[in-house]
Design a protein. Structure first.
Length: 388
């Protein structure tokens, strides 16, 4: 009954324009005060948020859909069958929202989670700094308490979509005597005087990243998540959500069909198979590896929907998903041959003009969210229990 009702509702309410695959991430709705979206996008967000289906398993008291794990799975399946786009994307749904549900106090949940569900606020992350990337606990952004506020000074870098975000969740140093035990996790309004986000251009020609400068910014003490000086444990919890999200992003289902099309176009079939046995081997291996990742991520999502927090095994997902995405991009270039080197100008299709840019962009996948080397250390120590 739930499946039938859900299908009927989706067919009646999803605009036709929302039943076409997005051409790029920018075609999806990320919400926020700064976002400019077509009427159909805003209408689809509004009706989905009204039912709580932008966050279908979150509690109804905070605006969520309160669906069971099985019901949420059915909703996702029916949307996939109708090729309906998600009504909302972003770090609010995948990172800070789940964290606040687990670690936030009641006031923080009631202030922020309904706005996330409705897509009113877009979030960004303030972890990495120019001198603190892999050694995140070496961060130097300082927060000095002044009554009921902290005065924050410092710089964050690689802030994804920082110039488009309304709020940031960030790590600050509140105790200079201790390294890990001197960090706090705070929430900061990006409209606060003293916050400046500037885009960073990557080798691919574009970038979602920014550097964020924080100068004498006042952040209320009530915006600390958890306890002051105890933000490192909160940070690790959020990183697990982030790594799960990154791995999930790199399932790249549309790119999988795109790889097969490229193979048929550039290599061509011979007796029902690709002519080049080496490329055929690589294509098969990527497909099998993707299937293994999909099945493993599905089990992890089921545990999350059942209320179990993500553990250090998310480092496996992040490592495997991003390395696999790089191998897929390299395979696409190999399949296209010289046509895969297009950058601009005539003689190249739209696909060929983005192929090299996408390959270059993928080089950052194994750095953002914690480098592959860091993930291997976590897997060795916290998952496999190997000695130092």
């Amino acid at each position: 009954m739930f499946r039938e009702d859900t299908r009927r509702w989706l067919e009646a309410n999803a605009p036709a324009s929302m039943r076409t695959p997005p051409r790029a991430a920018e075609d999806l709705c990320w919400g926020g005060r700064k976002g400019k979206y077509p009427d159909d996008v805003r209408r689809w967000l509004a009706v989905m948020a009204e039912r709580g289906w932008t966050a279908p398993t979150w509690p109804r008291e905070y605006g969520g859909g309160a669906l069971s794990k099985q019901e949420a799975k059915i909703l996702a399946e029916e949307m996939a069958k109708l090729r309906i786009r998600p009504a909302l994307m972003g770090f609010g749904l995948t990172m800070i929202g789940p964290l606040l549900l687990q670690a936030g106090n009641e006031a923080q949940k009631r202030e922020h989670i309904p706005k996330i569900v409705r897509g009113e606020i877009r979030w960004c992350q303030g972890y990495s700094e120019p001198g603190a990337g892999s050694d995140l606990a070496g961060l130097q952004t300082r927060a000095v308490r002044d009554g009921d506020h902290f005065v924050v000074n410092g710089q964050k870098v690689w802030t994804s979509y920082g110039e488009k975000a309304d709020w940031m969740f960030l790590l600050v140093r509140t105790n200079t005597e201790k390294k890990h035990a001197g960090i706090s996790f705070v929430l900061m309004d990006m409209e606060t005087p003293g916050v400046v986000a500037r885009p960073i251009k990557l080798i691919s020609g574009a970038s979602p990243f920014c550097e964020t400068f924080i100068t004498d910014v006042q952040v209320p003490v009530r915006n600390v998540v958890g306890e002051i000086d105890q933000g490192w444990n909160i940070a690790k919890m959020l990183l697990r959500f982030e790594r799960n999200m990154i791995a999930d992003v790199f399932k790249e289902r549309d790119d999988r069909s795109r790889v097969l099309k490229l193979a048929r176009k550039y290599v061509g079939p011979q007796d029902g198979q690709l002519r080049d046995p080496v490329l055929r081997d690589r294509l098969t291996q990527v497909e099998l590896d993707q299937l293994a990742l999909d099945l493993t991520l599905s089990r992890s999502r089921d545990r999350l929907k059942a209320g179990q927090p993500p553990g250090p095994e998310t480092s496996i997902f992040k490592l495997y998903g991003t390395e696999l995405n790089q191998r897929r991009r390299e395979l696409m270039i190999a399949l296209a041959g010289p046509q895969g080197l297009g950058w601009e100008g005539p003689g190249f299709s739209e696909d060929e003009l983005t192929m090299t840019r996408d390959w270059l962009r993928s080089r950052g996948n194994t750095i953002e969210g914690g480098t592959s080397e860091i993930q291997l250390n976590i897997i060795a120590k916290q998952v496999l229990g190997l000695p130092d």
